[in-house]
Design a protein around this ligand. Structure first.
Ligand SMILES: C[S@@+](CC[C@H](N)C(=O)[O-])C[C@H]1O[C@@H](n2cnc3c(N)ncnc32)[C@H](O)[C@@H]1O
Length: 225
């Protein structure tokens, strides 16, 4: 019951509006290799557009904008506070080919076939209907375009979780609490690689590929429209 309430809070917009800045401060150092890996492993043409869903402070979007300077990147998030934080960081880093707007993964505010690539990192576990979100990704993706979903791995080993935890500098959180929260609320209530593959299959994607990077216990699944 208590765990269910925590998971519900984890997925609520108010939580991201209030506590997004705490997550944003911690996450970059913990998963920057993942952002790198994703941007190095998608193909897009010059002058095309890329979408990042559940962009948070926009780390993935900024990485894509830097890696593909001739494209235009859009980050959406359902939290207005996260969008403001992303915009502040974009301005600070003086990145021109990236913009943010509010948008819900359940109803992506773009027309069909619009993007050359669509990515999402750490967001799908928060979506009330992940299958609908993956179908929405496919709808806004141009034919032949790639979608990438990366998410905390529900099947993470204790050892990998310990290594991951060591990357957080949350001195204000008791280690036992952090470890319990990561295991039971974040990773434990997330998805396995096979579950994400199943969402892609059911949405009609092809060429589904599973990837991993050793330093980061996130699943990475890539598929083509
Ligand atoms: C764990 S954070 C990941 C943020 C970012 N992708 C990163 O790598 O740091 C999850 C993000 O998804 C957003 N989010 C959750 N549910 C969403 C939904 N239904 N539509 C759009 N964004 C959502 C939250 O506001 C939050 O910013």
């Amino acid at each position: 019951m208590f765990k269910k309430l925590l998971v519900k809070a984890r997925d609520a917009r108010w939580l991201w509006d209030m506590f997004g800045p705490i997550y944003n401060r911690q996450i970059y150092n913990a998963i920057f290799e993942l952002y790198d890996h994703i941007s190095l492993n998608i193909d897009v043409d010059t002058d095309s557009q890329i979408l990042d869903i559940g962009t948070g402070r926009g780390y993935m979007a900024l990485q894509l904008a830097a890696h593909f300077p001739m494209t235009s990147v859009v980050g959406i998030d359902f939290s207005p506070m996260q969008i403001r934080a992303a915009e502040r960081l974009r301005k600070k880093m003086d990145v021109g080919n990236c913009r943010y707007q509010r948008g819900n993964a359940m109803e992506i505010p773009f027309i069909e076939d619009h993007f050359a690539a669509v990515v999402s990192v750490g967001s799908i576990k928060h979506w009330p209907d992940p299958q609908k979100g993956v179908s929405e990704m496919r709808r806004v993706l141009a034919p032949g375009g790639w979608a990438v979903i990366s998410e905390t791995d529900k099947e993470v080993s204790d050892e990998a979780l310990r290594r991951f935890m060591a990357r957080f500098k949350a001195w204000y959180l008791w280690n036992l609490l952090l470890s319990w929260g990561l295991r039971h609320i974040i990773f434990g209530e997330s998805y396995s690689q096979q579950e994400i593959v199943a969402f892609f299959k059911a949405a009609g994607f092809k060429n589904i590929q599973m990837q991993n990077i050793g330093t980061c216990p996130y699943v990475i699944v890539k598929a083509q429209k």
